[in-house]
Design a binder for this molecule. Structure first.
Ligand code: FAD
Length: 449
């Protein structure tokens, strides 16, 4: 019996999609850079169906790629070779626990749906990203997503207090007690965070929720240099304890966003660098932030908006990925370096590009508070060699070649720049135990072994 008949017989026809038009949606990534050969899509509703799918895939030797919202920017959810896509869409349980301020969430629930359910109780998930309408909790755990509030709350890893997953060896691990303290051996949630679908399929999680602050004060701040931006972010953090976000933009990014943004840029001029800072609390910080920015010597101009009006300023930052995508196929390098060397790193990056790669325009933005810079390379024919040189530069500065998006397919050959041979060997040993037939996401994180 062939693969599709076997899946249909074991799981029921309702859960298998073979219509080529629908399957095509699962075959390429958000950026359009990565394509895959998808035989069919399985949309399980429970662990049993996932176990069965894994057993069939192992028996028939077919790859299985778990896909959530398909917003990966590194091709992590797009098959490298012929594969069945296991979509988490139907894993959609959602229950808010207002007493312990947590939620039981199916892996396929989007961040936006979780927040919509938590909002009436004054609660939200602490990690936030511009892809919130599509990115799922399973995808966010499996990439350990970061986003705009890491300086305050940490990344997805820090929000997980329970996990359930079916591993590639068909074993089901369920740690769904929701205990804040539990040091009884290896922590599967931590192991699955950042595993990028290579060890198991996450089915449910218990996540912490935080209170939605009563007031938000958002400032958009004009600056002349990156050194000034780094200095200002340090002073903002000293003056506003628990600051929520410090985001960096550059003139080239703002100009691209200007092409699709419905309104005019709120500052008089677009300066080489712009910071967006958000401070929240039970009171408005409008006066304090205005006084601070007025006094600060590096600030050339600023505008402040409060509460829902702040969204208009945020849009200038959040539309960056979309504005860049409209310009063509970008190479997206998401890196981090220690804050102390951010300026020197960006200068070296600009030197590298201008000295050997004409016709390439880098658009830089990111989460400056975390030393996380998103480098977007636009141009006619972007050479993979440039990506490699940039990653080598990052490694030379003691940074990470993937601050938050993961390794996916895009950076597999670069792992050894920042992880040692022993380190990689240990990760591969863990992979072999959890996924002995090597069917889960082959070609992601490691070469197709
Ligand atoms: C506009 C935009 C803005 C973004 N901003 C940020 C940002 O600020 N910070 C950030 O960290 N990322 C950001 N991203 C990247 C992306 O949204 C995140 O990586 C997100 O966590 C991916 O979630 P997803 O559900 O779309 O996962 P997918 O793209 O579907 O999958 C990502 C990886 O997770 C695996 N996976 C998915 N679901 C499961 C599961 N249930 N079990 C096991 N493995 C699974 C996949 O196999 C794949 O390897 C952004 C993307 C876009 C398009």
């Amino acid at each position: 019996m062939d693969l599709i008949s076997t899946l249909r017989r074991s799981l029921g026809s309702d859960w298998i999609i073979t219509d080529p038009e629908i399957v095509a949606k699962y075959s390429s990534d958000w950026t359009g850079r990565f394509q895959g050969n998808v035989v069919c899509v399985v949309r399980p509703t429970n662990c049993w169906q996932i176990e069965k799918t894994i057993q069939i895939a192992r028996r028939l030797g077919i790859a299985l790629v778990t896909q959530g919202g398909n917003t990966s920017l590194v091709g992590g959810a797009t098959p490298v070779r012929e594969a069945v896509v296991l979509s988490s869409e139907k894993l959609d349980d959602l229950e808010i626990d207002t007493v312990s301020k947590s939620a039981v969430v199916g892996a396929g629930v989007t961040l936006e749906t979780l927040n919509d359910a938590a909002r009436p109780f004054g609660l939200k998930f602490a990690v936030d990203l511009a892809s919130r309408g599509s990115a799922t909790i399973g995808g966010m755990i499996s990439t350990n997503a970061g986003g705009i509030h890491v300086i305050k709350y940490g990344s997805t890893r820090h929000q997980i207090i329970g996990i359930e997953a079916v591993f590639g060896n068909s074993k089901v691990i369920s740690r769904m007690e929701g205990l804040v303290k539990d040091n009884t051996g290896y922590d599967w949630a931590s192991i699955l965070c950042g595993s990028e679908g290579t060890l198991g399929v996450i089915t449910r999680a218990i996540v912490r929720l935080v209170e939605i602050p009563l007031h938000r004060t958002v400032g958009l701040i004009a600056l002349s240099s990156l050194d000034d931006a780094v200095e200002l972010q340090m002073d903002l953090r000293k003056s506003f304890e628990g600051i929520d976000a410090i985001e960096l933009m550059t003139a080239s990014g703002i100009e691209l966003v200007g092409k699709i943004h419905p309104t005019r840029f709120p500052l008089d001029n677009v300066t080489p660098f712009t910071l967006l800072a958000e401070v929240t609390g039970s009171q408005s910080y409008e006066l304090e932030l205005a006084e601070f920015l007025d006094r600060h010597p590096v600030v050339t101009d600023a505008v402040i908006r409060c509460d829902s009006q702040g969204e208009g300023l945020w849009l200038w930052r959040e539309l960056h990925s979309e504005a860049i995508a409209r310009e063509g196929l970008a190479h997206k390098l998401d890196v981090s370096v220690p804050l102390l060397v951010v300026s020197e790193f960006v200068r070296s990056l600009e030197d590298l590009i201008s000295s050997g790669y004409t016709g390439i325009s880098p658009v830089i933005f990111g989460h400056l508070g975390d030393g996380n810079i998103h480098i977007n390379l636009l141009g006619e024919a972007i050479d993979d060699e440039l990506d490699h040189e940039i990653f080598a530069l990052v490694a030379g500065f003691g940074g990470s070649i993937s601050a938050e998006h993961g390794i996916g397919r895009a950076k597999v050959s670069e792992m050894s720049l920042t992880r040692s041979p022993d380190d990689i060997e240990m990760m591969q040993a863990l992979k072999r135990i959890c996924d002995p037939s090597m069917i889960l996401n082959p070609g992601v994180l490691f070469p197709d072994l």
